[in-house]
Design a protein around this ligand. Structure first.
Ligand code: FAD
Ligand code: THG
Length: 812
């Protein structure tokens, strides 16, 4: 075994301490933790946190992190004092919307294996006698939630690490990062220097300052968050235990509560956002003076607190802080390695709640080369460049502060700054009354009001409540028309790169699962795997020339992964072409008829079969045409440069009139995708799944030679899997579930929903779900829990639409 690398951890907050523990436990014992202030003292966010651990999260990975934190801190103590108290968690609703949302949260918890219960006001008051049951409509009780003792947990983990050889050094402020040949070699502090093979920045809200030392944007904003303690409660006189009642969340008023012996601590998110540039935070001397408690900001919170817990009226706010911690544009942590400086890693914007889970995942990533948990939502590389602009980071992070306890629909967009990225078709789409939502900075049409008069609108089943938000029956009509005639879909936001050079083919062959050594003009659907066979992404690779490939990817993370693996000799290059180009998906049975009138290129099936690509002119516009679709129709993706996008749109639009062409949006797209059973990476499939479980084994060619992940797949097949991504249909057409709901078999939780949509052509309500194989046989009755209700579902044969591929493979 090679000697363990020298690791320097920057920051001895809970994240740095947890990481030192997890690394040393895995045998990386040469760990030095440098802390600018004193150890386990006031200074960082950890020292200000009251340590509430509510595990339930919309993101499975975050729930998993929290579960591990509970499990780990539950067994830790510092000199006999516990690091965690399993007092339970109670979330209460004072509005009908919140009551419904608590049922949704109960579903998320269940889907992630966290036991919980929905309870009535009486039970809420029984669990937490201080609250006024007349004020609440109901509650959500999670018995395993509780209170961490953040400084204790930090120190206990540090001591274990020290026991295995780690060093913790106080009063060492890192001011420089040493590097050589693209790798870190050490850090310098104000008074010394430390050699390192790996530097881990766990600097919390100081992250951006450390990032600047290595030209790395760390998109987080330190924000003040108010935390106050009352004077002693007369009704708690004589109490000696630190806390016994559940930690309490009152999201309707942006509040949470815990006990401090005979006092109550109150946290508030209801006040105005109070961001502070990371540079302006002092170091290690506690809170900057401009962030002392501002009572005026706490007034409304106090009123709401007394309203819920009337006995607080007998007390007053005795002390308060405007404590600082990190907020990110999407509320998720920042984990990963610097894209341009090997060995510089980041684990920042992490709550106490997720600290142990994050540390374990990071240690697995570093030591084993791969975390067990899907980290794509936390990946430092997930951002588009435009999302890293300082104003963007500020506005979105402020919004994620404001929305921290809001009831959020999965499609609900952040509002500012918009519009930011627009395809060249934007003006035309706006003229057609597009309803836009944002993704990756892009404005994307979901449906077009111009299609409101299509007779098909009347054939679309109505929807209720949540399923009706950000939805219109027009999208359904667009899907029906796309399958009957032809539609234009804006695919510009689908990320793409060009991979070029003499080493391009061997590079892509090594990185992906399918056979790419085909003639120029071929397109191949293929997978990126990690070394353990987990699916990192699914791609289309179009061979445009002997040494030129266009690769359709899923996110910036794919590009980062590919770049990291480029051959060192410069024989292959990657260049992202998304921003300078645009794409129309022209799909539907009449797609060929429309295209052929506009081009001298032969688009017949004989001349251009399924999964083939050609350069052609569409009217005046040079395009790369690829015969494929993500929606299961005859048709082409047509790429051109951004300057000609307008012309391409107008040319196709005009020629299409004779064929009844329409513009169609994402709603139609998503519905058609699920009818055809195409997987969406990141939602249906992640690194936690192998290709066979995901139903993507057809894209793996074990006999093609080496590729990343091949060895791990040896001996695996569709026959050996124990769980499967499974197609379900739901009888009730009005209830289209949102995703993330638990699936029950014989009354017991068995799996969870990934994507769902109504299939307008097949006339069925579709949900894909991860299930153990024994529950994945067609015809198996199951139930999906949706906002607290069990809805009947049944396993279906997939794909629901065009199982024989007749529609897209043939000349149609
Ligand atoms: P920190 O604890 O800030 O540690 C970072 C360390 O890095 C600091 O000690 C700092 O001195 C050091 N450092 C920075 N720059 C350098 C440098 N150049 N050289 C050397 N050292 C450096 N989370 C929950 O889960 N539950 C809660 O109930 C909760 N309540 C909160 C209430 C308040 C009032 C606040 C402020 C936060 C709360 N949080 C809560 C959030 C939580 O405190 C933080 O997310 C968490 O402590 C972050 O840990 P960390 O180790 O990343 O950061
Ligand atoms: N277009 C392009 N690239 C992409 C996507 C896209 N890359 C990312 C993502 N989408 C990949 N997803 C798919 C999923 C399915 C198909 C295409 C892209 C598809 N699959 C055929 C099938 O399953 O029948 C593949 C069959 C085969 O390989 O023979 O069409 O939308 N450019």
């Amino acid at each position: 075994m090679p000697p363990a690398p020298r690791v320097v951890v920057i920051g001895a907050g809970i994240v740095g301490c947890a990481l030192a523990d997890e690394l040393t436990e895995r045998g990386w014992t040469d760990v030095t933790v440098l802390e600018q202030g004193d150890l386990f003292a006031t200074g960082g966010s950890t020292s200000h946190a009251p340590g509430l651990v509510f595990q339930t999260n919309a993101c499975r990975t975050m729930t998993e992190f929290a579960r591990y934190t509970v499990a780990k801190y539950g067994t830790l103590d510092l000199d006999g004092n516990p690091c965690f108290r399993p007092v339970g968690g109670l979330e209460v609703a004072t509005t009908p919307e919140r009551l419904a949302d608590l049922a949704r949260r109960h579903g998320w918890a269940t889907a992630s294996g966290v036991e919980s219960r929905l309870i009535d006001p009486g039970e809420c008051a029984a669990l937490h006698p201080l609250l006024d049951p007349a004020k609440v409509l109901g509650g959500f009780h999670i018995p395993s939630d509780g209170l961490a003792h953040p400084l204790r947990a930090a120190e206990a983990q540090a001591r274990r690490a020290i026991g295995r050889g780690a060093r913790f050094i106080a009063r060492q402020k890192v001011v420089g990062v040493e590097r050589s040949a693209g790798r870190v070699t050490g850090v310098t502090t104000e008074t010394g220097s430390f050699r390192a093979d790996i530097v881990l920045s766990c600097a919390g809200m100081w992250g951006p300052v450390l990032g600047e030392l290595v030209d790395l944007t760390i998109p987080l904003v330190p924000m003040a968050h108010q935390y106050a303690r009352t004077s002693p409660l007369p009704s708690l006189a004589g109490v000696t235990e630190e806390a016994t009642r559940p930690i309490l969340r009152h999201q309707d008023a942006d509040l949470y509560f815990r006990e401090h012996v005979d006092r109550i601590g109150i946290g508030a998110y209801g006040h105005r956002p109070m961001p502070l540039p990371a540079k302006e935070i002092g170091s290690g001397e506690g809170m900057p003076s401009e962030l002392t408690f501002t009572p005026a900001d706490f007034e409304a919170s106090w009123t709401a607190a007394v309203d819920l817990l009337p006995t607080l009226g007998e007390t007053k706010v005795e002390e308060g802080i405007n404590g600082l911690f990190s907020f990110t544009p999407d509320g998720m942590p920042l984990l990963g390695e610097h894209p341009g400086l090997d060995g510089f890693w980041v684990a920042e914007a992490v709550w106490i709640t997720h600290s142990a889970g994050v540390a374990r995942a990071m240690a697995q990533w570093l030591v084993d080369g791969r975390p067990e948990t899907d980290l794509h939502g936390c990946d430092l590389a997930r951002f588009e460049r435009v999302q890293l602009a300082p104003d963007h980071v500020m506005k979105r992070s402020c919004q994620s502060f404001v929305e921290v306890y809001d009831i959020v629909h999965p499609l609900q967009p952040m509002e500012e700054p918009r519009p930011l990225r627009t395809s060249p078709f934007y003006e035309r789409q706006a003229e057609l009354g597009a309803f836009f939502l944002e993704a990756g900075g892009w404005e994307r049409p979901h449906w077009y009001e111009a299609n409101a008069n299509l007779p098909e609108v009347d054939r679309v089943p109505a929807r209720n409540d949540w399923a009706a938000r950000y939805w219109s029956p027009i999208g359904g009509a667009e899907a029906l028309v796309a399958r009957q005639r032809v539609a234009m879909f804006d695919m510009t936001s689908l990320k793409r790169v060009e991979v070029t050079g003499p080493g391009a083919l061997p590079f892509l062959q090594t990185m992906t699962t399918n056979q790419l050594g085909k003639k120029p003009g071929s397109v191949t659907y293929t997978l990126l795997l990690d070394e353990d066979g987990g699916v990192r992404s699914d791609l289309t690779v179009a061979r445009l020339g002997a040494e030129r490939f266009q690769v359709g990817v899923n996110s910036a993370i794919d590009i980062d992964w590919l770049r990291r693996h480029l051959p060192g000799d410069g024989a292959a290059q990657i260049h992202e072409t998304t921003p300078g180009t645009c794409c129309i998906g022209l799909w539907g049975p009449l797609a060929r008829a429309v295209l052929q009138t506009l081009s001298t290129t032969d688009f017949s099936h004989q001349a251009m079969g399924y999964f083939k690509t050609k350069q052609a002119y569409i009217g005046h516009v040079p395009v790369i045409a690829m015969r494929l679709s993500y929606v299961g129709e005859l048709g082409w993706e047509l790429y051109t440069s951004a300057d000609l996008g307008h012309e391409l749109w107008d040319t196709i639009w005009e020629a299409g009139q004779a064929h009844g062409i329409i513009a169609a949006g994402r709603d139609a797209f998503s519905s058609m995708r699920l009818e055809k059973g195409y997987r969406l990476w990141g939602t249906d499939v992640t690194t936690e799944h192998d290709p066979y479980e995901a139903g993507l084994g057809f894209a793996v060619r074990m006999d093609k030679g080496y590729f990343v992940g091949r060895d791990a797949l040896a001996g695996r097949s569709e026959e050996t899997v124990t769980r499967k991504l499974t197609c379900l249909t739901v009888d009730d057409p009005y209830t289209v579930v949102l995703g993330k709901e638990p699936v029950y078999a014989d009354g017991r939780p068995a799996g969870y929903v990934t994507s769902a949509a109504y299939g307008y052509t097949v006339g069925k309500n579709i949900a894909y779900a991860w299930l153990p194989v024994e529950f994945s046989r067609p015809g198996r009755p199951l139930e999906i829990e949706y906002f607290g209700e069990r809805i009947p579902a049944v396993v279906a044969n997939e794909p629901l639409f065009d199982p024989a591929m007749a529609r897209i493979r043939s000349a149609a």
